[in-house]
Design a protein around this ligand. Structure first.
Ligand code: UDX
Length: 467
């Protein structure tokens, strides 16, 4: 078993460290944040991720896993050091490599024996050549160092499972020595290993993520077209999925992809292409489509209602997807400011993401509207004039159509995640808008209860649209 140090305890670093310990390696996780290190030592995870805390505790108690801010002690006699620090997006779309550079400098100053440095962070093609050169330039002791690329493919919400049961391990190396070390480290995982050169490994990560972003954007455009020609995108996706060349994953149309990877990695690849004098038109198209798609539901609601002023708007789901408290690039962040600017009184519910959202939009009056955070779906829906669904949490998927009808003043639902069957909603007396599907329009008298303002707005709108 190997002595492994992991730099960075975000999604990539911490999950990798815990999983290496779980298969028997001796792991020390390094982070500059003392509070975070104390928290992890007490058995708590700094990120919300299923199964992570129990494995953290188990392996810490077994003595295979520890945390420290003392990078020198952690790196000096490690067989391998995995780098899992962030590479956030810079304003021009390029990746910010300053965290990688600072870890590389610490490694160069600390190691006292031959060591393989493995970069898990997503970095532009060619970066690892430079990291290797940089470490060798600053080495203090006379030891051998090589850098390998080992991109990470875990998805948030299923990070531990995705690591222990990964579809493949990509090893990007320039020597047999490096290949052997990585193969031995991954041997206990019993997973398929693909060995390529370092630049190909770096490219595999971008090519894979951007392919998925393209796939989603393609389905979102097909959905928009379905609406115009009277087809149903869910049925279209189902029909496509039986072709094994297409597959049944990532065909769900919705209000656009978010998160820490797809938005960043599409822009980074577009930047990389531009830097090399090439225009990558497909990826550029995905970026543009996604930007527009995030507002698909807001646009539908704006067409349906003249104003949001004074309306109680239920917002179900704030995070970019279920199973995480992460808000990065979440569609809610594009839609909620617009609703507030237009005077909406928002009642937002998210089972784990609300606290993070509050840090950006504190409860109370904002612009011309207000935002209130509630503890249950029902509290958001009570007396609401309309409802947006932004994230398909189980608590939200589990709602019965009749619940909307029962709680809302005017059951008008804009579903950005295609949770319900259109007919189901129609049968429950709900006016329902989804993505790429027929709209469920119900007779006015069953929709409107007593909110005069909304009655007026809806009547006017109906007259305009000829319904
Ligand atoms: C993604 C990749 O899946 C993972 O392999 C990579 O390492 C990091 O980026 P993640 O961002 O955690 O993982 O989430 P993922 O489940 O892939 O979803 C990304 C976004 O795409 C979400 O906003 C999700 O709602 C959206 N999505 C996904 C769709 O809109 N439709 C789909 O069919 C699938």
């Amino acid at each position: 078993m190997y002595k492994i140090a992991v730099a960075g305890t975000g999604y990539v670093g911490l999950v990798a460290g815990v999983c290496f310990a779980e298969v028997g390696h001796n792991v020390i996780c390094v982070d500059i944040d003392e509070k975070k290190v104390e928290l992890m030592k007490s058995g708590k995870s700094p990120i919300y991720e299923a199964d992570l805390e129990s494995l953290m505790r188990k392996n810490y108690e077994a003595g295979r896993l520890d945390y420290t801010t003392d990078f020198r002690a952690a790196y000096k006699d490690a067989d391998a050091i995995f780098i899992g620090v962030g590479t956030p997006e810079l304003p021009d779309g390029s990746a910010n490599l300053s965290y990688i550079a600072s870890v590389a400098r610490q490694i160069a100053e600390s190691i006292e024996k031959d060591c393989l440095v493995v970069v898990k962070s997503t970095v532009p093609v060619g970066t690892n050549d430079k990291v290797e050169q940089f470490i060798n330039d600053f080495l203090v002791h006379n030891v051998k160092v090589e850098v390998a690329s080992n991109p990470e493919f875990l998805a948030q919400g299923s990070a531990v499972h995705d690591t222990l049961k990964a579809s493949r391990i990509i090893i990007g190396v320039e020597s047999k020595w490096a290949e052997n070390i990585l193969k031995c480290i991954y041997e206990p995982f019993h997973l398929p290993i693909v060995t390529v050169n370092r630049r190909s490994a770096e490219m595999i990560k971008y090519a894979s993520n951007d392919f998925l972003a393209l796939k989603i954007s393609y389905m979102n455009e097909i959905a928009n077209l379905c609406e115009l020609v009277g087809a149903d995108v869910k049925d279209v996706a189902k029909g496509m999925s039986y072709d094994s060349r297409i597959g049944d994953k990532f065909l769900n149309a919705g209000i656009g992809y978010g998160g820490s990877c797809f938005p960043k990695d599409t822009k980074a690849l577009e930047y990389l292409a531009r830097q090399n004098g090439y225009e990558i038109k497909t990826v550029k198209a995905a970026i543009d489509v996604n930007k527009e798609q995030k507002l698909a539901m807001y646009k539908k609601a704006s067409r349906r209602l003249i104003t949001f002023h004074g309306l109680k708007v239920a917002v179900l789901g704030l995070t970019f997807k279920p199973g995480t408290d992460d808000l990065r690039e979440a569609p809610s962040l594009d839609n909620i400011p617009l609703l507030l600017e237009n005077g909406a009184d928002i009642y937002a519910y998210d089972p784990v993401g609300a606290d993070n959202f509050k840090k950006i939009y504190p409860e109370g009056k904002i612009k011309r509207g207000t935002i209130t955070y509630v503890e249950s779906v029902e509290d958001a829906l009570i007396d609401a004039n309309l409802c947006f669904i932004f994230t398909e949490w189980d608590e939200i998927k589990g709602l019965n159509p009749i619940d909307y009808k029962k709680h809302m003043k005017t059951p008008l639902v804009f579903d950005g995640r295609n949770i319900y069957e259109v007919q189901q909603m129609l049968d429950a007396g709900i006016e329902y808008y989804a993505i790429g599907r027929k709209q469920a329009l119900v007779p006015m008298h069953s929709l409107i209860k007593e909110n005069k303002n909304v009655v007026k707005i809806l009547r006017y709108q109906r007259k305009l649209s000829g319904h």
